[in-house]
Design a protein around this ligand. Structure first.
Ligand code: FES
Ligand code: FE
Length: 433
């Protein structure tokens, strides 16, 4: 049972050596030891709605194509021609029945099968077996519209990988029987900083909010979160973690702030009674699906009284390490598919103000991540100043208002989740944690 997971609080210090944020050998090892053995977020189904639709993505340094085949099935294929290995699809997004390599012209169907080899019979002979030379495919599965993939054949199924984290993700992604949508597509940018800083930040860093993001709070950009002081940090198997804050809602009330009131009865039936109760009390949530997917959910924008719908916002993020000091980030606004356009637009504006590429909260965080790089090269700095995660060592299970699954500790501001993330990470890296 996930309840049996415990976070040890008896070490003297919880330091992560600076080399883990700076060293190219560590980064190369991560790609093999961590990213190879995880379900990685690829995109949202609504990005590829029709047969032939594709987007190009990365899993670590592996270039892949997420494509919907003629048969309507989703495939995640290595974007590398099986002849000499050249990058096959060069566009970010498009629609095609076939991918034709620019080098010698091999042609692959949008399900990855090798269909055409120029002068194949003549040059390779008639026994040439094209079936062995299709594009290399990952395992693919979806969760409420989010598409995940892995090349690890031994890894458990996606539902098992998410485990009880699904209980919380469903509260946000499962509110409408119509499913989810990513109505504004994906946003992609790169920033200078190690990917783990973003992972540990979004896993549960409630500590930096009032400091790094003070200006945003003063502008009322995080209305509901600004008033709350009660929160929990929750940890799950496979290294996932989330942080949730209590909203003002009364314990018995079935209210879903930020969602259209005429949809509240539908939300209450879509979710299990336990989910509905939990979600009504704590709609402020952010968390990490190990290793590199995060989400941020806020019940309403607050702050900007521009007479619009005040919609809840769910942002899903992906941060992919291009090197020890460079991270590629993608993010999506994810909404219920059948909600009104003005509701989706309100949520989008909230996302762009808070957590878009140039938004207040995002740029506050990225500045701090970049400042770590600036000092990484210092010899004495490396020796004397590791990253420290000692905050709130004495937290205990505490759930008077919160009874969702996972290892729940009653701490709004702590580093429990960060320690959980790094323990799991270091274990996978084979390090002596
Ligand atoms: Fe693609 Fe030769 S490398 S056809
Ligand atoms: Fe932040």
């Amino acid at each position: 049972s996930p309840r049996e997971l415990t976070v040890s609080v008896d070490d003297d210090r919880f330091d992560v050596p600076r080399a883990y944020f700076a060293d190219a050998d560590v980064w190369r090892r991560e790609l093999e030891a961590v990213f190879r053995h995880a379900w990685l977020l690829i995109g949202h189904e609504s990005e590829v709605p029709a047969p032939g639709d594709y987007v190009t993505r990365r899993m670590g340094l592996d270039e892949v194509v997420l494509v919907r085949s003629e048969a309507g099935e989703l495939h995640v294929l290595l974007n590398s021609c099986t002849h000499r290995g050249t990058l096959l699809c060069k566009a970010d997004v498009g629609n095609t029945s076939h991918f034709r390599c620019g080098y010698h012209g091999w042609t692959f169907g949008n399900d990855g099968t090798l269909r055409g080899v120029p002068r194949g019979r003549e040059l390779y002979g008639k026994d040439f077996d094209k079936s062995q030379l299709g594009l290399r495919a990952a395992r693919v599965d979806s969760f409420h519209g989010l598409v995940f993939a892995t090349f690890d054949q031994e890894l458990c199924s996606l539902p098992d990988y998410l485990g009880p984290m699904a209980f919380y993700l469903e509260c946000i992604l499962g509110v409408s029987p119509a499913g989810t949508d990513a109505p504004y597509g994906s946003f992609r940018f790169t920033h200078l900083g190690n990917w783990k800083l973003e992972a540990d930040n979004l896993a549960g860093d409630g500590y930096h909010l009032r400091h790094a993001h003070r200006a945003g709070f003063e502008m009322g950009l995080m209305g509901a979160q600004a008033g709350s002081v009660e929160g929990v940090c929750v940890q799950f198997e496979h290294g996932h973690a989330l942080r949730a804050q209590r909203t003002a809602t009364d314990a018995e009330e079935q209210a879903f702030p930020g969602y259209p009131e005429d949809r509240w009865p539908e939300i209450a039936t879509q979710l299990s009674p336990e989910q509905a109760r939990m979600f009504a009390h704590s709609t402020v949530m952010h968390g990490l699906v190990f290793p590199n997917m995060a989400f941020v959910h806020t019940p309403r924008a607050g702050g900007f009284d521009d007479g619009e719908v005040d919609a809840a916002m769910m942002q899903v993020r992906l941060f992919n390490p291009l090197g020890p000091d460079e991270t590629e980030e993608l993010n999506w606004l994810v909404t219920p598919r059948d909600y009104p356009e003005d509701w989706k637009l309100s949520a989008f504006k909230t996302m762009q103000r808070q957590h878009g590429a140039t938004a207040f909260f995002e740029s506050d965080d990225l500045e701090n991540f970049r400042r770590m790089l600036q000092v990484n090269g210092g010899r004495e700095t490396n020796r004397l100043v590791p990253a420290n995660f000692d905050l709130a060592r004495d937290v205990a299970p505490f759930t008077p208002w919160f009874d969702g699954p996972g290892n729940v500790v009653g701490a709004d501001v702590s580093e429990v989740n960060q320690r959980w993330f790094y323990r799991h990470y270091l274990e996978m890296m084979g390090a002596d944690a």
